[in-house]
Design a protein around this ligand. Structure first.
Ligand code: CP
Length: 344
């Protein structure tokens, strides 16, 4: 649990206890089944974006609406002043407002604040310290919900967990799941694969990471996945073969991400991945699986990352995942709002 002065935040799938996760998933199913109009509540939620979004923005606002509250979305820079992220900066440049005051002010308006901030192009060892989300957690004074940071996208993985329970039942221990890297022209963030793999480990899945050499996840997250897999009755292994890594899987989560050692040199990274264009999840790869359901967080590049023949078939459950962002987040926000004493 991420804590500053006893304040709880949701920055990683591991920031919920297993009991809380079970309660939130059960509540998400109730909310999903309940089509009644919400009663108005006092809940005020903010959502601050440093990067674009379709699913997160819409589902987060709709989740708060489902709880009878109000959600205000802000895009930094266009809806706000340009923020200086260094509390100790001498602000004689073009930045108008410091994170310290901006976060403190938003904490006076909202009971909870969601923040999205993707990594920049500093070396991975710097980016992985998550300076933006950590600064908001330190200075806002209310719980921060990650809407995707450098290390994790915990709202996505909570929705993915909900989706898996709908397809395979609440007990996912031993479920053969492959997280499969895919080619994409650009080096993408690592938050979704880190979170999906950790969430699968927390659920006790039999997890395979299929990726080319050099594309392993964050080192500390890999160690955490290994620990949590063992603790929860699962397994974790790495397979560097695209087809063998999919063998026997009931679930394949397809995603592209950048390699850690070339994080600060995007041109070199793009060059190094050119021989990996065949890492597309297509019918040939699917044939290796045990009639797997295919997952992706979206947005996805058709016929680059996943073949359209898969996306357009009932093998794909990507729309279920996207819908479940709404219900998982509604249950999560309700849980935090109850802890804040805003909802009964
Ligand atoms: N999966 C996801 O977070 O989508 P957006 O980037 O559109 O929010």
């Amino acid at each position: 649990m991420m804590l500053y002065d006893s304040m709880r935040h949701f920055l990683s799938p591991a920031d919920l206890t297993s009991d809380e996760r079970a309660q939130i998933l059960a509540r998400a199913k109730v909310l999903k089944a309940d089509q009644s109009a919400p009663e108005r509540s006092a809940l005020r939620v903010g959502a601050l974006y440093f990067n674009p979004s379709l699913r997160t923005r819409v589902s987060f606002e709709q989740a708060v609406w489902r709880l009878g509250g109000n959600c205000q979305t802000l895009n930094t820079g266009s809806d706000t002043w340009q923020l200086e992220m260094d509390p100790d900066a001498i602000m004689d440049g073009d930045k108008v407002e410091n994170i310290v005051e901006a976060a403190g002010v938003l904490g006076r308006y909202f009971h909870l604040l969601g923040v999205r901030s993707f990594p920049g192009s500093q070396p991975w060892e710097i980016e992985r310290t998550e300076p933006v989300l950590q600064a908001f957690a330190r200075h806002t004074g209310v719980p921060i919900i990650s809407l995707e940071g450098t290390m994790h996208h915990p709202c996505q993985s909570l929705a993915d967990h909900l989706t898996l329970t709908e397809k395979f039942g609440d007990d996912l221990r031993g479920l053969p799941v492959t997280l499969s890297w895919a080619y994409h022209p650009n080096p993408l963030p690592m938050a979704v694969p880190n979170s999906f793999a950790l969430q699968a480990a927390l659920a006790g899945c039999d997890l395979t990471l299929a990726c080319p050499p050099g594309y392993e996840l964050d080192d500390e997250v890999m160690a955490q996945i290994d620990r949590e897999s063992k603790a929860n009755g699962g397994n974790f292994r790495v397979n560097h073969d695209r087809l063998d890594g999919a063998k026997g899987a009931k679930v394949v989560y397809v995603k592209s991400w950048g390699r850690k050692d070339l994080w600060s040199d995007k041109a070199a990274e793009r060059e190094s991945r050119q021989p990996l264009r065949h890492w597309q999840f297509n019918d040939e790869a699917w044939e290796q699986t045990d009639s797997a359901k295919v997952m992706h967080c979206l947005p996805v590049r058709r016929n680059v990352v996943i073949a359209a023949s898969i996306l357009d078939s009932d093998r794909s459950i990507v729309l279920d995942e996207a819908e479940n962002r709404l219900w998982a987040q509604a249950a999560l926000i309700e849980h935090f709002a109850k802890m804040q004493g805003v909802l009964a």
